[in-house]
Write a protein that binds this ligand. Structure first.
Ligand SMILES: [Ca+2]
Ligand SMILES: [Ca+2]
Length: 322
């Protein structure tokens, strides 16, 4: 019996996973920061295509920001660089503290995620060989025995934090409990409007131009909440998927998927990057000025939740005996 799954199932039955987002903390002192997550259930999946998941998981409410990226860099103490050398060392193009980290390659994002794991006592998600901070630090794949599953050789099975797979990301963004919506809006009839970052209202989209004026990414979370409690999965910046573009091409240099469109995508543009069907792609060392990432994670087993679940099981047993 898988205790973790059992606890989660009981929690789902009790409605405990419908709680607001909870945050995990990373770093220390001036470099401490939180990442908020929402939990996505494995139950009810699309009948085909993307968005079919096997396990409950968590996904970041927001894209990782420049501020979080800077604190990671300061905490890591070596450069988040590697092979191919000097191919991914650019600074952000958009520099606001609370806009999404940008010009972040997939390899850089993978090192961010690995640090989330190692700095909290968990197994790194991604396998690198060589010396971190040098140009011989290169991505490799895990063995079948080490990997999360036979069709994902990037992720280690014991990692707590990782980049979302394309299925995990698509379900979190667009699944409304019955089907994948075209937009990630809470009501599928909502219009995509130019947002108002000051009041936190509006959708941060515009159908005949850029989402903001002047154009560029906005502070994460300054638009409207999406279907499952996230912000800016649609738009702001494109986000790296863990998954290769051509499954199951797990070569370290294979193209990775980008999802969700960015600040220049709107409902009326020919390039419908915001839609749930749209897949972008790029080489993993590319640093794009309009692409960043968010983090996904396992569902933890907090002692209080386990005790509550066990207590509830005991209650159920007692009632049955009575
Ligand atoms: Ca970079
Ligand atoms: Ca986004």
């Amino acid at each position: 019996m898988n205790i973790s799954r059992t606890v989660t199932s009981v929690a789902v039955l009790l409605g405990l996973l419908a709680v607001p987002a909870l945050a995990d903390s990373f770093g220390t002192g001036a470099n401490q920061f939180d990442i908020e997550f929402v939990t996505i259930s494995r139950t009810s999946n699309p009948g085909g295509g993307y968005g079919i998941v096997r396990n409950d998981y968590r996904i970041g409410v927001y894209e990782i920001t420049n501020n979080q990226w800077d604190k990671f860099k300061a905490s890591l103490s070596v450069a988040a660089t590697g092979d191919p050398s000097s191919a991914y060392n650019s600074d952000p193009y958009w520099t606001g503290a609370n806009v999404p980290a940008n010009r972040v390659s997939w390899y850089e994002a993978a090192q961010f995620v690995n640090w989330l794991n190692t700095s909290t006592g968990h197994q790194p998600a991604y396998k690198f060989t060589g010396t971190q901070g040098t140009d011989n630090y290169a991505l490799d794949t895990w063995t079948l025995a080490e990997a999360d599953n036979a069709t994902n050789l990037y992720r280690h099975k014991n990692a707590m934090y990782y980049l979302p797979s394309e299925d995990e990301w698509v379900k979190a963004g667009y699944w409304n409990g019955t089907r994948l919506q075209y937009w990630a809006t809470r009501d599928w009839t909502d219009s995509l409007l130019q947002g108002d970052g000051a009041s936190g209202s509006g959708w941060n989209y515009y159908d005949r131009g850029y989402a903001t004026d002047p154009h560029g990414p906005w502070d994460v979370g300054s638009g409207s909440e999406e279907l499952n409690g996230t912000y800016d999965m649609m738009g702001n910046v494109w986000e790296w998927m863990e998954s290769p573009y051509s499954d199951p091409d797990y070569g370290p240099g294979s193209d990775r998927v980008l999802r969700g469109g960015s600040y220049y995508d709107g409902a009326g543009l020919a390039d419908l990057g915001l839609g749930s069907h749209h897949r972008g792609r790029s080489y993993p060392c590319d640093e794009l000025y309009n692409a960043g990432f968010r983090v996904a994670a396992e569902v933890p087993e907090p002692a209080s939740l386990s005790l509550l679940a066990i207590g509830s099981l005991a209650l159920i047993k007692r009632r049955r005996r009575a």
